[in-house]
Design a protein around this ligand. Structure first.
Ligand code: F6P
Length: 360
């Protein structure tokens, strides 16, 4: 009998179901289906901690290729808290190990982003067999060129900016679309470029308000009636970038705006007298059906995870490097972030297209 535990952890994204389906389809098609027991843990690591699971069969994974969200549910159990006792006073790591051993699992398949990978690596260090799959709309996971969910989120954010374009044109306004991505600018950069945004502000390139204003004025001087800004939720001014982490967190707490986009909007309105509007698509970017790219990509990653389970090869994340599906040791992935290099060729190319990053 082969006994596999599966969980999805952290913020959800598109193609989580497609990836899990990929794993299970691969196992069934290899002929081990009859010997397979799948334990689906509810709501991420919480399910593993509380031994909260349901038994799944091949049928549960049928018809979910195009379904958004996750059939297992998800939650955030921050890595920094895993050594703190849970609400029942139990050590979370010990509880997870206990569940794993009690159910005599052969391995855990864990789908998640950065925080999830830190915990997955910790479980590996504790002797559990773990295989992970890289999900997140932020695409900020180290060790893989791409995470699933990312391309679908790019589609959603692009669609939002496309829609904003027509109304911005009608009214001759400045529009800011705030894009998710946490501390990485991948989503904003790609959606911004795909939708022809004029100014793109990402966390990796701190912006100067004067440069942003100049970029708007240059457009006005050329006769453009409107300007579109794609602003990452983690965008930061050059001034604020000089603050320590603690000082910046304090500043954010006291910010009289819901987010940095509104602060940028306020400064633009005051300095130019132009009418500015902010649109925040928020969690829409994580929702809905995965795009075709993500369906294929997540299925491929899932299939490879299935193959590794059959070989008994654990302790790795299945990732994507130089157009190949690869295995990356979990110990190398955990705790690292993949961000946009300010001198990346894509940034240079975007600048050649006339896009301002607010830095010059
Ligand atoms: O990591 C995915 C993500 O959507 C980020 O882009 C965003 O900063 C965060 O999750 C939002 O988290 P929550 O869903 O907990 O509000």
């Amino acid at each position: 009998m082969m006994r596999i535990g599966m969980l999805t952890s952290g913020g959800d994204c598109q193609a989580l179901n497609a990836a899990m389906r990929g794993v299970v389809k691969c196992l069934y098609n290899s002929g081990v289906g009859g010997e397979l027991e799948i334990f689906g843990f509810n709501a991420g690591y919480k399910g593993l901690i509380n031994s909260d699971f349901r038994m799944l069969t091949g049928d549960d994974f049928s018809g979910i290729l195009t379904k958004g969200g996750t059939i297992l549910g998800s939650s955030r159990v921050p890595f920094k808290t895993i050594d703190e006792p849970d609400e029942k006073g139990n050590n979370k790591v010990e509880s997870m190990k206990h569940t794993y051993h009690k159910l005599s699992l052969d391995c855990l398949v864990i789908l998640g982003g950065n925080g999830t990978h830190k915990t997955a690596n910790r479980l590996r260090e504790e002797g559990l067999n773990v295989i992970t799959l890289p999900k997140t709309i932020d695409n900020d996971l180290w060790g893989t060129d791409m995470t699933f969910g990312f391309q679908s989120a790019v589609d959603v954010a692009t669609h939002v900016i496309d829609c904003i374009h027509t109304t911005a044109d009608s009214h001759g306004r400045v529009f800011i679309v705030e894009v998710m991505g946490h501390k990485a600018g991948w989503l904003t950069l790609n959606a911004g470029m795909a939708s022809g945004a004029d100014i793109i502000l990402i966390p990796e390139i701190p912006y100067h308000m004067d440069c942003v204003i100049n970029a708007i004025k240059r457009r006005e001087a050329r006769g453009s009636k409107f300007t579109i800004l794609a602003v990452a939720e983690g965008a930061i001014s050059a001034e604020d970038a000089k603050l320590s982490k603690k000082e910046y967190a304090k500043k954010l707490e006291k910010l009289p705006f819901p987010s940095v986009s509104y602060e940028v909007a306020d400064a633009i309105a005051k300095k130019t007298g132009l009418e500015v509007r902010v649109t925040v698509p928020g969690h829409m970017q994580r929702g809905g059906s995965p795009c075709p790219y993500d369906r294929v990509f997540a299925s491929r990653l899932g299939a490879e995870a299935g193959r590794l389970i059959l070989k008994g090869e654990y302790g790795v994340m299945v990732g994507y490097k130089d157009r190949e599906i690869v295995r990356v040791p979990l110990k190398d992935v955990a705790g690292k972030l993949k961000t946009v290099a300010p001198d990346a060729t894509i940034i240079k190319e975007a600048k050649m297209l006339g896009i301002s990053f607010g830095d010059e």
